[in-house]
Design a protein around this ligand. Structure first.
Ligand code: GLU
Length: 518
């Protein structure tokens, strides 16, 4: 078993958009596969037709692509040797029926004919006694199944086309134990389990049977999935045992839950946007209710930042390092440092990650990303100098330390692209003194005679001019900023003046003075 090639799978059910917890599960599978030179598979578990949501499968594929964690085999990523990878298609090929039959023949599963009404009746009886009904080693002896009916009765019912389900026959009292890589030994007594439905008379397997059969057939070596599946693991172990596959049973790792920022409960799909941040990788519109939820992509996150943030939600590298590329994560990832406790999601930290990736990106790359939005926002012609490489790259360089997202640059740097029309009057009133107007008039003259209009030339010129006019440099610098940008804070002032250029700076001073030096 141990020298088998590592094969892991992400096996979502297409019941809606992928939650960020699901992306983290996919990510850990991806990292583990890459680290070990293994395969990463996408299998779509769509056996529960009642919960099928159109568009969900496409969403899952697109989300994995956007995140850059692409499976090398599976739905949407090319057929490998075990195709098809969609369980509904596998069912059509008759993959599962034989295993249900094998379990029945070996006495580990049985037919049950109880109707929904009959089971509801049982539930009511138990409710009256303040107990929970479960179809198990005790109750099955009084219900309508192949353990209580004669072989002939069972045959007659099946031949007559009566609907049935196949249930696993869980022993009354047996210790079930397995080692979870994250949690260590997990021990459960079989009396805690119920006889879960494995297969239905329409040929459809349930999640449990299809999941175990496919993991076996697809030669999966490690099952890495969310903690919510831990209660199902003992049942899965029983299935491996009863099907005779225990020696190739995958290793299990159940990942810690993602918790809300206040640590109060699991971060669920329903939290989408309600708490002020997205819980989905991409925007999603529910095909039935038309309800919209926002995604990290559309909010302007870089996929690398989103992935880096998710990697550290439930795992640590064992060092202080926080910023990782996906390639680096592939090298350092290991199960050892996965936490047992739930991981609290911190939306501010998510933004911080984006900021770090933004800072590290070349200015020209960001400039290319925002060029079209700048053009459209300000309605610039194609040949406008403000769309040129030199202008945009420099604008990006000035704005980069002041934003966390590329898409904030237009709003925060509005004044770099267009002259202000409103000025912070209150700030002006505090600093404006007699002589200021004269100072700016003489500044205009001095600046117009500058040959090289660069930050390093403008600064000393400005200071000399302030001294000549008996003005405090700090105060007039502040007013200069307001004349150029309309506001009291912003990007590096001399850098901004250089970027705007001589003519524009002089024009803005002239226009600004008309408004503020009344
Ligand atoms: N189909 C299950 C889900 O939706 C897969 C669980 C597992 O990985 O075994 O998450």
């Amino acid at each position: 078993m141990e020298n088998r090639k590592v094969r892991v799978r992400f096996a979502p059910s297409p019941t809606g958009p992928l939650h960020m917890g699901g992306v983290r599960t996919a990510l850990y599978n991806y990292l583990f596969a890459k680290k070990n030179g293994g395969d990463f598979i996408l299998r779509i578990e769509d056996t529960d037709t009642d919960r099928f949501v159109p568009g969900a499968e496409q969403y899952i594929i697109e989300a994995l692509k956007w995140c850059g964690i692409e499976p090398n085999e599976g739905v949407g990523f090319g057929d490998g040797p075990y195709a098809p990878y969609r369980q509904s298609e596998r069912k059509e090929k008759g993959v599962y029926a034989q295993y249900a039959k094998q379990l029945i023949d070996a006495g580990h599963a049985y037919y049950a004919f109880d109707s929904k009404e009959e089971l509801d009746e049982q539930r009511k009886k138990f409710d009256a006694l303040k107990k929970n009904f479960s179809y198990n080693a005790i109750t099955r002896l009084n219900l309508k199944n192949s353990l209580t009916l004669s072989a002939e009765e069972v045959k007659n019912k099946i031949d007559a086309g009566e609907t049935y389900v196949v249930r696993i026959k869980i022993p009354a009292d047996e210790e079930i134990r397995f080692q979870d890589i994250v949690r260590g030994w997990v021990v459960v007594n079989a009396s805690q389990l119920d006889d879960k439905v494995l297969f239905k008379s329409d040929g459809m397997p349930t999640y449990h049977l299809a999941n175990v059969v496919d993991d076996y057939l697809m030669k999966i070596t490690h099952v890495i999935r969310g903690e919510e599946w831990l209660p199902s693991a003992p049942l899965h172990l029983m299935l491996y045992r009863y099907l005779g596959w225990e020696d190739v049973m995958p290793h299990f790792s159940h990942l810690p839950l993602l918790l809300r920022p206040d640590g109060n409960g699991k971060l669920s799909k329903r939290d989408g946007d309600r708490l002020g941040f997205p819980v989905f990788p991409l925007d999603w519109e529910d095909p039935i209710t038309k309800e919209k939820s926002s995604g990290y992509r559309e909010k302007g996150y870089f996929p690398e930042a989103f992935i880096n943030m998710l990697a550290l939600l439930g795992w640590n590298p064992g060092t202080e390092q926080e910023i990782f590329s996906v390639e680096e994560l592939c090298k350092v990832f290991s199960f050892e440092h996965i936490h047992k406790a739930g991981a609290k999601f911190d939306p501010e930290k998510a933004k911080w990650f984006n900021e770090q990736f933004l800072r590290a990106k070349p200015d020209a790359e960001i400039a290319n990303h925002i060029r079209t939005s700048v053009k459209n926002h300000f309605q610039f012609n194609d040949d406008d100098r403000r769309l040129s490489d030199s202008f945009l790259n420099r604008a990006v360089q000035l704005l980069k330390p002041r934003v966390q997202f590329e898409n904030e640059m237009i709003e925060k740097g509005n004044y770099l692209f267009t002259a202000p029309t409103v000025f912070d009057e209150q700030a002006i009133a505090k600093k404006w003194k007699d002589g200021c107007k004269e100072f700016f008039e003489s500044l205009k003259e001095t600046l117009s005679s500058l040959d090289e209009f660069t930050a390093s030339n403008i600064e000393p010129t400005f200071k000399e001019c302030a001294a000549k006019n008996n003005q405090k440099p700090g105060d007039v610098l502040f007013l200069f900023r307001i004349l150029l940008s309309g506001q009291g804070g912003g990007v590096d002032l001399m850098g901004m003046a250089e970027l705007l250029g001589k003519e524009e700076v002089i024009a803005r001073i002239t226009k600004g003075l008309l408004v503020i030096a009344k």
